[in-house]
Ligand binder design. Structure first.
Ligand code: FES
Ligand code: MG
Length: 587
């Protein structure tokens, strides 16, 4: 445990220092000497530390890790360890077709194999772009050797004409202006490019800032490590400290299962509400928990997190961006605000530096209360997720921090008489179908329509597409109607401020209720009761189900690659973390 040195023989010595089997030892050893390592480095009990490198030319968000790894190596050597940097399967959120989340489990699998099969005593997980954090934490959970995460850090703030332009969020905003003819194609490109002014990951509170903050909230990063912008000098310094610390974690045998406990996940859920974290967070944290055999489900997200206020004023829920978040104090300042109000459930949870969350963060000063608000003066109250269920699905997540005040008063928090919301369904089968039909006036989409996206879950659109936040037709935008309720079995970008109902599980492709929905059905959503139902009789539902079965089930596009087929055959649903079902028994 933290602080105490273990006398356990190092794992790497089974490879490099095993006199009982000199033949194998020599074979292992000679090839690792050939690039200049010495027997003293490999055989004298120095911890061998992997640096799981996620940066590459294909992964621009994480590419700066190639530079940072030099400082990590310096730290490892300074503490008496030996660094071994190796590449991870690239996962670039914006560049990978059909979707980067298809590759989360592939990167997980390949890292498990590396950590298990090579002589590593501990590992630095270089995280950043959305899926890299969960993929690497899941692998560390499965293999359970000492591990510490290191964020690459967000990009600098984007600016255009004196206003902050935030990653992703500016795309959703500007494409409306493009659709309505307010700006042209080239103006649109310039505005969006302004949001990416430097190396680093998305500067909004999208899935990257969320997952990097939550890696710290879980205790898997050094305090303050999540929010430092990628180009800042502190980023290199924390990289060095991270390299030093992992060597001591090996000596203390401080493992992922010691840090990522049920208590740590409850802390992370509360912190996620306070930061206004992405709806991808429950998918990824539920997945990490499953690989540790820690019970965690979407009901926990509502029960532990819904009553927590939104404190962090970052786009898309607020105004500011990553640099501002860092200047205000990042995760430690958020934790300190929560602790002042008694809202952090487990201040005693141990973290990677061997101290508790409370010891690390309790005294942190909030340097900018405009960016990180206090619990007494929050951006929004009760800002965590709610978990909905009904005859359409067993579980779907709604991010309440982005619901408009009018909608919230009317449908969620009016203490006297919150109404249920009713509308008429318009159903799309995948993003291509949506794009083909949304602007067609014959579809009769109006302000009473609820847009449904199905065929977008982990099986239907392999990996689960971020397509549920659907823009209304151009003719409604021109009339000033900027959003319609959206529900779907896919995901939504964390940079979107749409109050969609997402991650519906089970998805249509595996026979979930959404497969039975027809355009024109009336739909009733009661946020207060946590229900979403089609208003058709049980008999009609049974009839449609029989019809669907006769038709061979819900149809989805053919596999395009071997991995798509392999994953579709064994992937679990979004509510269950979208893990590979056979993988969770390896703990
Ligand atoms: Fe990589 Fe947002 S696209 S961090
Ligand atoms: Mg995304």
């Amino acid at each position: 445990m933290a602080g105490t040195k273990t006398t356990k023989k190092l794992r790497s010595q089974e490879w490099f220092d095993n006199p009982d089997n000199p033949g194998m030892t020599a074979l292992y050893l000679e090839r690792y000497l050939n690039f200049g390592l010495t027997r003293e480095e490999l055989q004298s009990g120095k911890p061998l530390i992997g640096i799981a490198q996620t940066g590459s030319d294909l992964s621009p968000c994480n590419r700066h890790h190639i530079e940072l790894a030099k400082r990590v190596r310096d730290g490892i050597v300074a503490a008496g360890g030996v660094p071994f940097e190796f590449p991870c399967h690239p996962i670039q959120e914006t560049g990978k077709r059909p979707t980067a989340s298809l590759d989360r489990n592939l990167a997980y699998l390949s890292l498990v194999e590396v950590l298990y099969g090579y002589p590593l005593d501990g590992v630095v997980l270089t995280i950043g772009c959305d899926k890299t954090a969960p993929a690497l934490l899941m692998a560390a959970a499965t293999v359970n050797i000492p591990a510490i995460a290191l964020s690459v850090g967000p990009m600098l703030n984007g600016w255009h004409k004196g206003e902050r332009t935030g990653s992703g969020t500016i795309v959703w905003k500007s494409r409306e202006r493009l659709s309505s003819g307010e700006i042209d194609y080239n103006q649109f490109m310039d505005i969006v490019a302004s949001s990416a002014p430097s190396v680093g990951y998305c500067n909004t509170m999208g899935t990257a800032t969320t997952m990097n903050s939550l890696a710290e909230a879980l205790g898997m990063q050094l305090p303050g490590a999540a929010a430092i912008p990628a180009p800042y000098r502190e980023r290199g310094q924390i990289s060095y400290e991270t390299g030093k610390r992992i060597v001591d974690m090996v000596r203390e045998d401080l493992k992922p299962s010691d840090i990522m406990t049920r208590e740590a996940f409850e802390n992370a859920i509360v912190i996620n509400s306070a930061i206004g974290g992405s709806t991808n967070a429950p998918i990824h944290l539920n997945a990490i928990a499953r690989h540790l055999d820690v019970p965690l489900d979407n009901d926990d997200w509502q029960r532990v997190g819904h009553h927590v206020p939104l404190l962090v004023n970052l786009q898309p829920a607020g105004e500011y961006l990553g640099e501002d978040y860092h200047h205000a104090g990042g995760v430690p300042a958020v934790v300190a605000e929560l602790m002042k109000a008694g809202l952090l459930p487990h201040p005693d949870a141990i973290t990677a530096n061997g101290k508790s969350m409370g010891e690390n963060c309790g005294a942190t000063e909030n340097m900018d209360p405009k960016v990180i608000r206090s619990v007494a003066d929050p951006l929004k109250k009760d800002a965590g997720f709610i978990n909905l269920r009904g005859n359409l699905f067993d579980s779907a997540i709604m991010k309440t921090s982005v619901i408009s005040p009018e909608f919230r008063d009317r449908y969620l928090s009016n203490p006297k008489d919150p109404e249920a919301f009713e509308g008429t369904a318009k159903v799309f089968d995948g993003p291509e179908d949506y794009h083909a039909r949304i602007d067609d006036p014959a579809e009769n989409i109006d302000e009473h329509t609820v847009l449904f996206m199905r065929g977008a879950g982990p099986v239907g659109y392999p990996g689960g597409a971020e397509v549920v936040n659907m823009q209304p037709p151009a003719y409604l935008l021109k009339r000033g109607i900027h959003s319609l309720p959206c529900i779907g079995d896919g995901r939504q970008s964390g940079t979107s401020g749409s109050p969609s109902i997402l991650n519906a599980s089970p998805e249509a492709a595996v026979g979930g209720g959404l497969a039975l929905l027809k355009s024109g059905d009336r739909v009733r959503i009661d946020l207060r009761m946590g229900t979403a139902d089609i208003l058709v009789s049980d008999d009609e539902i049974a009839r449609r189900r029989a019809e669907l079965q006769n038709d061979g089930g819900y149809h989805f596009p053919a596999h395009q690659t071997p991995w798509q087929e392999i994953q579709r055959g064994m992937v679990d649903q979004l509510a269950q973390g979208m893990v590979l079902k056979p993988a969770v028994k390896y703990q």
